[in-house]
Design a protein around this ligand. Structure first.
Ligand SMILES: O=C(O)C(=O)C[C@H](O)[C@H](O)COP(=O)(O)O
Length: 219
């Protein structure tokens, strides 16, 4: 998928569910629960149990979703993730060789960056969008607002501390999409294997994105 397609997908979807799981079976249930709630972009972190298998299985079982890989740290991991079926890639950091490799293969790679320098470097190297991580620790919505003034042409995906509650404010501030994990998958729901509760949270989250229809990349 080229960057243009990826950006229109982000603009359509507005949220990415980040699945990090210590057990393959749990990872499958987590992804299925958010998919049942209507989320279509699902990122599997590479430090999940048997991440390549999880990605392959989700590709087969959730054809209505796009399944990506996250927390990738090396080009080798990135290639393994693509071989497993990952349709998009996330890194927590800026690695120019990973960005260039993904761009050559036309697989969207979202690089994690914090400062304006890192964000611009990632974008100029060919990142398909930039994950601003960890956003809550860096000032939350106010930080995105401040970045958007000079960097209005760069699609930003705040991640790290995103909640159902604060998602609309991030989208309002100009984020093209948000990524979230712990607030979507509360510990108690995971312990109790309460997949219905997680599906409901996903549904609730999607409803909260629907008031923010202004395309942040259009002037
Ligand atoms: O590993 C990565 O590449 C990440 O994206 C880091 C975190 O796992 C996400 O930022 C989720 O953070 P929470 O929504 O606060 O749980």
């Amino acid at each position: 998928m080229n960057t243009q397609l990826w950006l229109s997908l982000l603009w359509q979807q507005r949220v990415i569910a980040v699945v990090r799981s210590g057990r393959l079976e749990q990872g499958i249930q987590m992804a299925k629960a958010v998919a049942a709630g209507g989320i279509q972009l699902i990122e599997v972190t590479w430090n999940s149990d048997r991440a390549p298998e999880l990605i392959a299985q989700l590709r087969a079982e959730l054809p209505q979703c796009w399944i990506g890989a996250g927390t990738l740290l090396t080009v080798a991991q990135q290639q393994e993730a693509i071989a497993a079926g990952a349709q998009f890639l996330f890194t927590p950091h800026v690695d120019i060789s990973m960005i260039k490799t993904a761009a050559e293969q036309e697989i969207p790679l979202v690089a994690g960056a914090l400062s304006p320098t890192e964000i611009v470097q990632a974008w100029q190297a060919g990142a398909a969008s930039v994950k601003v991580f960890p956003i809550e620790a860096m000032g939350g919505v106010a930080y995105i607002q401040a970045l958007r003034a000079p960097l209005s042409n760069i699609p930003l995906i705040p991640t790290g501390g995103i909640t159902l509650e604060n998602t609309p404010a991030f989208l309002q501030a100009g984020a093209i999409s948000v990524g979230l994990s712990s607030d979507l998958f509360p510990k108690t729901a995971l312990l109790q294997e309460n997949w219905e509760a997680i599906a409901l949270r996903a549904k609730n989250l999607i409803q909260r994105t629907q008031h923010n229809q202004q395309n942040p990349l259009k002037p």
